[in-house]
Design a protein around this ligand. Structure first.
Ligand code: 6GU
Length: 224
């Protein structure tokens, strides 16, 4: 898979791809992530990528030209399965959406800043608008990092334990059961005995029961 991300704050996207699972996925050649600095696509002498909003009001709007130039350049090099824009008024991201996107070959992501991008960019180029929750971020970069992380870990071969992603919370509309490691006793608190039993059938049953119990208590909406 290849992910291209367009941003006017490329530094915000350095660290999320430089460590841990996202880094290893790139080293293994399972995903390529390319960050594109929008300021390299402006012809303005001050390298501006935003301008005042027509109609007035607080906040700047990201201009059409640098974004259009950047997207056209990338589209000239390959066909994108989706061109994604991050915005609080987009469709709410969930595991189903990340599963679907993880099957794609080329994803292009556009990060807005300030008051967002000129509406015509959305109408002309964008195929999918995504929000990561009902709160407002200063820009789409953290949302792009969230989406990319959620997608990359689903690519076959990225996680060393191949079954691990299948037992994540949400994969079967259930939250994940509690997990424990050594020591078996801490501050008088003991690990559930069944987990020490070595009986894998019993352990699987316990995990299923706990997952269901936890989901009923915390997220009954997932069971509806
Ligand atoms: Cl995707 N972008 C911004 N700016 N704010 C958000 C968001 C995205 N998702 C939730 N809040």
């Amino acid at each position: 898979m290849r992910i291209d991300i367009i941003t006017c704050v490329p530094k915000l996207l350095e660290s999320p791809f430089a460590h841990s699972i996202t880094q290893r996925a790139q080293e293994k050649g399972l995903v390529e992530v390319h960050i594109h600095d929008l300021r390299e696509y402006t012809e303005d002498k001050h390298r501006a990528v935003d301008d005042y909003a027509f109609g007035g009001g607080a906040g700047m709007v990201m201009m059409i030209e640098p974004i259009a130039r950047c997207i056209e350049a990338l589209k000239g090099e390959r066909k994108y399965d989706e061109i994604i824009y991050f915005t609080p008024d987009g469709a709410r991201l969930d595991q189903k959406m990340t599963n679907t996107l993880s099957l794609q070959k080329n994803l292009l992501m556009l990060c807005g800043h300030y008051k967002g991008v000129d509406e015509r960019i959305r109408e002309y180029f964008i195929t999918k608008e995504i929000s990561i929750g009902d709160y407002v971020l200063s820009g789409g970069e953290l949302a792009a990092a969230v989406l990319s992380d959620a997608i990359i870990r689903l690519i076959p071969g990225v996680l060393s334990d191949e079954t691990s992603a299948l037992t994540d919370s949400f994969q079967d509309n259930l939250l994940a059961p509690p997990v424990y490691t050594r020591p078996a006793e801490w501050q008088g608190m003991e690990v559930p005995e069944v987990l020490l039993s070595g009986n894998h059938k019993k352990i699987d049953e316990w995990r299923e029961t706990e997952a269901l119990k936890r989901t009923k208590e915390r997220r009954p909406d997932l069971l509806e």
